[in-house]
Structures are given as C-alpha cells and as structure tokens.
Design a protein around this ligand. Structure first.
Ligand code: ZN
Length: 240
C-alpha cells in the first residue's frame, strides 16, 4: 500500500509504475518495466548532481547520480542503447541507492496536489495502461529522448511523458515536472550568468511557485496534447 508520500516496498512494484528515490535534495525518477529493470533519463553530459549543474558547476564523473562504489552484477544495468542519449536501464538497487522507494501518484485531487510540501510526487493527470507506458519507455530507450534540461526536460518529465503521452505545445517552456516547476524562474527572470544572481532567482522562485503549482500541473494545464512516442521527435521539431 502507498502511504501519503507514496513510499512502497519492492514487493509492491507493478510493471509500468513511475517510481522515484531521493538523492540529496532532489528526487530521481524512472519507469519500472518489470524483471527488476528501470528505464530512466539522466543528464548525458555526466553530472552526478543536477543542482550543481544548474547553478553553474559541472562534475566530470558520474551519470545522474547513480555511480555505485562496487560494480553492479546485473549485465543490463547502466546500459545506454543510444550512446549519449541519457536514457538508461538500471536495476532497482542502483536506482534507489539504499534510499526508500516511492511511487508517483496519478489522478490525485487538486487539493491533494496542493497539500504536498514539495513538487514532484503526484499529478492530477491520469496514467495510461502499463503496456502503453512500457512501450513509450522502451521506445525512448531504443531511440533516445531529446535534450536534458533540469527545469524543462528532466528525469521526472521523462517519466511523466511515458505515463501519460502528454507533451506541451509551448516551445519556450516545456517543463511539466513538479520539481522543475519549483525552481523554474518566472518569465520575468532572465537567465543570468552571474552565479549569485542566478542562485537568488532560483531560491525566490520556490516560494513563488507554491501559489501557482496547480496551474502548471500536467492534468490541469491546457497547453498539453497526446503525442505518440513514434511521433515525438517530429512533434518537437515542428514546434514554433
Ligand atoms: Zn545495478
């Protein structure tokens, strides 16, 4: 049984689940496709900590914060079918890294959504059947999935798309993830290269995001449409 924050046991895992696990101050998301395998999206440029990447640091090693101290015994683990795409397959151990496992909730009420202390754990949008979810995740694993962007196209955006097939028609701001919406500066903020100013923008964007959280939710916003996974690359290229 899921509790209020979606914590589950491994035995509760169902094929097609959108799951997540805490890293340090963010959660990493993926799709469980069965047989102990998870497909997830990481920054292909290799940054163990995406927050560091956002505020201007880059780290040389790691892949989405999933480096293990000892090599994994599962041959499929950390497999990236399209080199450099950032879409990887991992085992449960390497994905959750000794943290607790959570299941992202779909079709929650607007009230429940607003009760969450932080974004990135639930949506009012409805999930498609597991076969469709697994098809999308597998297709993207085999064909790649666009450019990583912490606030516009991150691991949570990937999982949300696999679950719903929904994509924004707004080329400027694609971000659908609860976490991305918490740190995405408003349109008034220009991206500033100055470290201090950028950090201030991000910090103040968090309280600002609370009052608007439901406006940005995938199930509530009106600028999203269903896009078949085979058409996704074409659809993105056609956005003006
Ligand atoms: Zn592993």
């Amino acid at each position: 049984m899921d509790d209020f924050v979606g914590k589950i046991e491994r035995s509760d895992l169902k094929d097609g689940d959108h799951i997540y696990a805490w890293r340090n101050i963010y959660t990493h998301h993926g799709i469980y496709i069965g047989e102990g395998k998870i497909i997830h999206f990481v920054n292909p440029k290799g940054n163990g900590n995406p927050i560091k990447n956002l505020i201007g640091f880059s780290t040389a090693s790691s892949s989405g914060g999933e480096e293990a101290k000892t090599p994994c015994k599962n041959s499929f683990c950390k497999l990236e079918k399209v080199a450099g795409s950032g879409v990887k397959m991992s085992c449960i151990d390497c994905f959750i890294k000794n943290r607790s496992l959570h299941r992202f909730k779909y079709k929650v009420s607007r009230e429940f959504l607003l009760l969450q202390a932080v974004g990135g754990s639930c949506t009012t949008a409805e999930s498609d059947p597991p076969e469709e979810v697994i098809h999308r995740a597998t297709y993207l694993f085999e064909n790649g999935y666009g450019k990583y962007d912490l606030t516009n196209n991150n691991c949570e955006d990937f999982a949300l798309y696999c679950k719903t097939g929904l994509w924004s028609t707004d080329k400027k701001y694609q971000g659908r993830s609860g976490q991305g919406n918490m740190i995405h500066p408003t349109s008034k903020d220009k991206k500033d290269n100055d470290f201090g100013k950028r950090l201030l923008q991000i910090t103040t964007a968090i309280p600002r995001s609370f009052s608007k959280r439901d406006d940005k939710d995938l199930g509530i916003r009106t600028d999203v449409v269903k896009v078949p996974v085979e058409m996704l690359a074409f659809f993105c290229a056609s956005l003006k």
